[in-house]
Design a binder for this molecule. Structure first.
Ligand SMILES: [Zn+2]
Length: 490
């Protein structure tokens, strides 16, 4: 009964609270704060060229944002979502500027200068101007409202992306939250309104960098940054919202992100189970040990159309604690940009548990798939009571961050010929099956819980404000460059 009440409370819409990029603390704010992330969606990519900088290359853009490029934007999101999210991108007429649309004094070379408070206002004026020019060029904005919170048209655009050729890292910007000026519809403040369609937030990338756009668009879907902004280490590997080279080797979403997006096939462990975990990219399988806000997630990751930076396949284990800086309060995204969810390497929101127990990522070194993923012979077992992970206590066990023993276990891993892994998992023998992310629909509830699943055959399952804003803008720019330099080995 108590559990029933708990589940009910989890499901109640908390409409008073809603935040941009909150990693689904709130999921009822599709429209005002999030783009729809399930079903068919129509997005626009607006190319913006400033003369004097390298041109964008229209054909390459059409290809990458078209549905047929196996490594492109659309195929990425379709693969990551198991086909549950099916975006189509229309490329708008190119917006051209003879000179940089930003004031030269503050933006020499049309680059974003750091620490300049006027950047916000100028940047918003530029976004408003780009939308105005796109409208005036005859673009039909009404086609962009295919989807919404209930899967149908809701008055909000499904997604707006702006790709420039100027030196600009990347940014996802909640325009409606900050806007105090013209809304292009005779009013002021809030979202821009064009042909009756509300445009609330924009994903922006510079230097024609389409890979950065995959990440920035993830923010529009509701995701927060998962790289480290404190510069202590790289942050979360194996996630397109985290640490990667922002190059063609795009990582899939981490297991927690896929679970929250309802793109996972979620298996909740109850009692001791021998299971076979199939590749994440074809089955979306995520095994979860534990309930509530702190738990372990296990998935099978390896090189394929995406995740090509991985040298080998293995089980990725994530220790998740959703009490780390995720609040859901309106505007709290700005706080998270200053004090990020991954900033403490030894207790972030999502930590990749490295099989070798050397804690190299936490100490600023990169991911090594052959020793950091879990393979045959590796395991993760309960620790001693009170044994808590800390910088001076690098312990490898399944205890909570508090040191409390959980009883969770990952053991006896066996790679199979088809690329799946057989593994023994253990979790408490009861009370694990009641949690839901949402009331109904795909990905809301575990597809299995606690049954002793005999290993299946090799065939894959069918897939079913001003100052913090500036900081946000500048951090994104700085960090993307840092990761790019580091991970490209430049
Ligand atoms: Zn970001």
């Amino acid at each position: 009964m108590l559990r029933a009440i708990f589940v009910l409370v989890l499901l109640l819409p908390v409409l008073a609270r809603a935040d941009y990029m909150d990693h689904f603390v709130i999921r009822e704010d599709v429209g005002p704060h999030k783009a729809p992330y399930l079903g068919d969606a129509k997005l626009v990519l607006i190319p913006v060229e400033v003369k004097g900088f390298p041109p964008l290359g229209a054909e390459a853009l059409q290809a990458f944002f078209g549905p047929d490029d196996p490594n492109g934007f659309v195929r990425y999101y379709e693969t990551a979502s198991l086909g549950r999210y099916r975006p189509r991108v229309v490329v708008a007429p190119k917006v051209t500027y003879d000179t940089c649309p930003l004031p030269a004094a503050q933006f020499p070379g049309c680059a974003i200068a750091r620490g300049d408070i006027t950047a916000l206002t100028s940047g918003m004026d530029m976004m408003r101007d780009i939308i105005t020019r796109t409208r005036d060029a005859g673009f039909d904005f009404t086609q962009l409202d295919l989807n919404g919170r209930r899967g149908t048209s809701d008055g909000w655009a499904d997604g707006v992306m702006i790709l420039t050729n100027t030196p600009f890292g990347g940014l996802a910007f909640p325009f409606a939250f900050f806007n105090r000026g013209d809304n292009l519809n005779g009013g002021s403040g809030g979202p821009l309104v064009v042909q009756g369609v509300k445009l609330g937030h924009f994903a922006i990338a510079g230097e024609g960098d389409r890979f950065v756009m995959i990440h920035e668009f993830g923010h529009l879907l509701g995701l927060t940054d998962l790289y480290d902004e404190s510069q202590r280490y790289d942050g979360l590997y194996l996630s397109f919202m985290g640490a990667w080279g922002y190059d063609a080797k795009v990582p899939l979403p981490d297991a927690e992100t896929r679970l929250r997006l309802r793109w996972a096939n979620w298996h909740q462990v109850q009692g001791r189970q021998r299971v076979r975990i199939q590749p994440a990219e074809t089955t979306g399988e995520v095994y979860r040990l534990g309930t509530g806000s702190e738990y372990l997630l296990i998935e099978n990751r390896g090189p394929g159309a995406f995740d090509r930076s991985l040298s080998t396949r293995g089980l990725a284990v994530f220790h998740v604690d959703r009490t780390v800086k995720l609040k859901g309060d309106e505007g709290a995204f700005a706080e998270r940009s200053l004090d990020c969810v991954e900033c403490d390497p030894f207790h972030p929101y999502i930590r990749l548990v490295q099989a070798d127990g050397l804690y190299e990522i936490e100490q600023g070194r990169p991911l090594y798939a052959n020793t950091d993923l879990f393979h045959d012979g590796r395991y993760l077992r309960p620790g001693f009571p009170g044994n808590a992970l800390a910088q001076d206590n690098l312990t490898l066990d399944t205890n909570r961050y508090s040191g409390e023993v959980t009883g969770w276990l990952i053991d006896d891993i066996r790679l199979q010929e088809d690329g799946s892994f057989e593994v023994t998992l253990d979790a408490p023998g009861e009370g694990q099956c009641g949690e839901r992310l949402c009331a109904e629909g795909e990905g809301c509830a575990p597809v299995t819980c606690g049954e002793s699943t005999a290993p299946r055959s090799g065939c894959a399952a069918m897939p079913g404000p001003a100052l913090p804003a500036i900081a946000l803008l500048l951090l994104e720019e700085r960090l993307r460059r840092r990761h790019q330099r580091r991970l490209r080995g430049a």
